[in-house]
Design a protein around this ligand. Structure first.
Ligand code: ADP
Ligand code: MG
Length: 685
């Protein structure tokens, strides 16, 4: 039996809370709180041999101690080791600390070296007058994710204690026969990772490295992940869903009213969806397609099929603006049936909401469109056949969770269709979303000409003013995106309020609208409407317009402080233009003196318009593992594995998971609990 956290020395109520903040609730969690980096503290470095930006241990004699008050109170200790001088600088210190630094006393300090106009410095170094406290000759010293109240030193002590108390007999030995990586037992692997011998290779131990202990742990986590996916899939297959084989008035009406032909890709994906919907097991399908590939139409036609087969459908979007837009464009395509659709968002009045709820329960509303407001617990459908989640990666964990919980009478589960523009290669997507079937919309509607993207330094903003007013005279509609809403004291970034004022100096105020997240929902919708109808020509906004917004004749996208955004996000923003006939432009305004690396990154957008290409180049520049945060991708966040960086193990671990689930389900279940207790619900949603 494993001990409780509070049985470890030094863990009182306050510390327990702090550990909880780190997601640590048990001895096991402590053992699996893995370091993200290591320090080599085995040797002293002479001051003359220090390297800026690297970590070093330095020993020297105190030369002087100064308390300086400008610009703010700080303590500076100068030390000398015979080869040079080094400053130890402290911004937070106790007066008694200053007294410890007696002239000529030997001090040992450790930290990252920085270079100022006063020479080499250590800012807030760890220090001691006893070298045994700093120097570590036998082991590399791990660094952990920590939080307020828990220092590196404390967490190291807790983890070492936890490793001693963890009951490894519960861990299961079954994995050994599936892969030689598991020959190393779990205890040795964890001990090595938490306390590697000084001669271990540091890069191999780090994320992405190939140290056997790391590979052992990572593979176990991946097997656990795959077991979890299999479990979800099996659970789904035990449920039943309404069969939706019909294409009647809803489907026919939409196709008749849609002014274009569907693309081949849209038709193919719809075919795949139709096959799923015809079955009585719940569909779980992900549709991946670049911005502008026409995913809304696919989703709508899926909804129509569900409705034509006698059930209801619901479509959920991550923002009010997007929900509203879907509602209006879908309503226009559903002329004959428009009385049977409704919009439900945070800004729906209580009275309207009550009516909608009643009609949903009666089955009078067939298609509900909205934000996560559509999944509040008091909302009851008569016969929910299909759930569509647009821009799936944008939803929080809990929101997605509450949604799958919607069940019908006789325990029928709705079919589920998720849409995303996240560009992950297809094979990767199939393994990462192993519990879903994946369809790819790999074609844009015809007649689009690629957006022309250019980079422009901020000091040339005034040149841009001329170009903007000319463009507006020629009928352009412009998005102008700023990173902030209003001026910030700490961040030197452009903001919506100020930009709006500056634009009003040379453009009529009446053609400028602003849009940001702090406006009331109704104000946002009205701003969007004005821009859409052409009443205003320039929309100054934050990134609230990033996903889904569709204004066909908008043809210029200007993004300020572009260097602050990720490439995936910039690509999404750029996807707001280039939707009509007109040649569209995207101008990435960046700060002056842009670092060459940042410039190279932005140039990826200049050179590529395909989302997959952008992602690929991003991967090359930033290195694997950094490509997209889990926030951007909606990928299950794992402790140790980055599913993109470590994708080469996806296939083999999937096979292991399949065999394990068959041959030893108890171990499979234990693995899922150990590694995914917090996130498996997440994957399910
Ligand atoms: P996304 O895949 O980014 O959600 P949308 O569904 O918003 O893309 O579609 C982008 C634009 O393309 C919309 O204005 C839509 O009306 C249009 N569109 C969709 N399908 C077609 C098609 N087959 N032919 C022409 N235009 C289309
Ligand atoms: Mg969309």
């Amino acid at each position: 039996m494993n001990k409780q956290l509070t049985e470890l020395p030094g863990v009182g109520p306050a510390t327990l809370n702090n550990l909880h903040a780190l997601g640590i609730f048990s001895i096991e969690d402590l053992c699996f709180h893995l370091p993200y980096s290591y320090q080599d503290r085995s040797i002293f470095t002479n001051i003359e041999n220090l390297t800026e930006g690297e970590e070093h241990v330095v020993r020297g004699r105190v030369v002087s101690v100064q308390t300086i008050y400008r610009p703010r109170k700080m303590m500076v200790i100068k030390i000398n080791d015979g080869s040079g001088f080094l400053n130890l600088r402290f911004f937070y210190f106790h007066p008694s600390q200053a007294k410890e630094f007696v002239k000529d006393r030997n001090v040992i300090s450790f930290g990252k070296i920085s270079l100022s106009k006063y020479g080499y410095e250590l800012i807030h170094p760890e220090y001691s007058f006893d070298e045994n406290n700093i120097i570590e000759k036998d082991f590399l010293v791990p660094t952990y994710r920590i939080t307020k109240g828990i220092s590196q030193k404390k967490i190291r002590a807790f983890i070492h204690n936890a490793l001693e108390h963890y009951d490894f007999t519960e861990a299961g030995e079954d994995l050994k026969r599936y892969d030689p990586a598991f020959a190393m037992d779990l205890k040795s692997a964890l001990t090595t990772i938490h306390l590697p011998a000084i001669d271990e290779s540091l890069p191999e131990l780090l994320p992405g490295g190939s140290h056997p202990a790391r590979v052992r742990l990572m593979k176990e986590e991946m097997v656990a992940f795959q077991c979890g996916m299999i479990a979800i899939k099996e659970k789904k297959h035990k449920q039943t869903a309404y069969e939706c084989p019909n294409e009647e008035s809803w489907t026919k009406g939409v196709l008749r009213n849609f002014p274009f032909d569907l693309t081949n890709a849209q038709n193919r994906v719809l075919q795949e969806i139709s096959q799923d919907l015809t079955k009585n097991i719940p569909m779980l399908r992900l549709v991946q397609g670049d911005v502008g590939s026409g995913k809304t139409m696919i989703a709508l036609l899926a909804c129509c099929r569900a409705i034509d087969s006698g059930t209801q459908a619901v479509m959920m979007a991550p923002t009010t603006i997007l929900a509203e837009q879907h509602f209006l464009s879908i309503k226009a395509l559903l002329q004959d049936n428009e009385d049977h659709i409704a919009l439900l968002t945070g800004s729906t009045t209580a009275r309207e909401r009550k009516i909608i709820l009643k009609k949903l329960a009666d089955g009078d509303i067939k298609l509900l469109i909205g934000t996560h407001a559509v999944f509040q617990s008091d909302i009851v459908f008569k016969k929910l056949g299909l759930v569509v989640i647009d821009e799936q990666h944008r939803f929080g964990v809990n929101q997605r969770l509450s949604l799958v919980k919607k069940q019908n009478e006789n325990n029928k589960a709705p079919h589920q269709l998720t849409l995303t523009a996240t560009p992950i290669p297809r094979t990767l997507a199939m393994s990462i979303y192993a519990h879903m079937d994946v369809s790819v919309v790999d074609e844009l509607p015809p007649g689009r000409s690629p957006v022309i993207t250019s980079l422009l330094s901020k000091q040339k903003t005034s040149e841009l003013s001329q170009r903007v007013s000319d463009a507006i005279k020629n009928g352009s509609k412009i998005y102008w995106v700023c990173p902030l809403i209003e001026e910030s004291e700490t961040l030197d970034l452009s903001n919506v309020e100020e930009r709006e004022k500056e634009l009003a100096e040379f453009l009529p105020k009446s053609i400028i609208t602003k849009l940001h997240g702090r406006m009331k929902p109704a104000e946002k919708i009205s701003a969007m409407e004005k821009f859409k109808t052409g009443q205003t020509k320039i929309l100054v906004s934050t990134t609230v317009i990033e996903v889904g917004v569709d204004v066909k004749d908008a043809d210029i996208m200007i993004i300020e402080n572009a260097e602050r955004f990720g490439l995936a996000q910039l690509h999404q923003l750029r996807g707001r233009v280039g939707r009509g006939e007109k040649q569209s432009y995207c101008i990435l305004l960046h700060k002056d003196n842009l670092h060459p690396d940042s410039k190279q990154r932005l140039e990826v957008l200049k050179n590529h318009t395909d989302g997959f290409k952008v992602a690929e180049e991003d991967l090359k520049i930033r290195g694997p593992g950094e490509i997209l945060g889990s926030q951007q991708t909606g990928i299950v966040p794992l402790k140790y594995t980055n599913l993109i960086r470590d994708s080469r193990f996806l296939e083999s671990t999937k096979n292991i998971a399949e065999n394990l689930t068959k041959e030893n389900p108890a171990t499979a279940e234990n693995l899922v609990k150990r590694w995914l207790s917090g996130s498996i619900g997440y994957a399910e949603a």
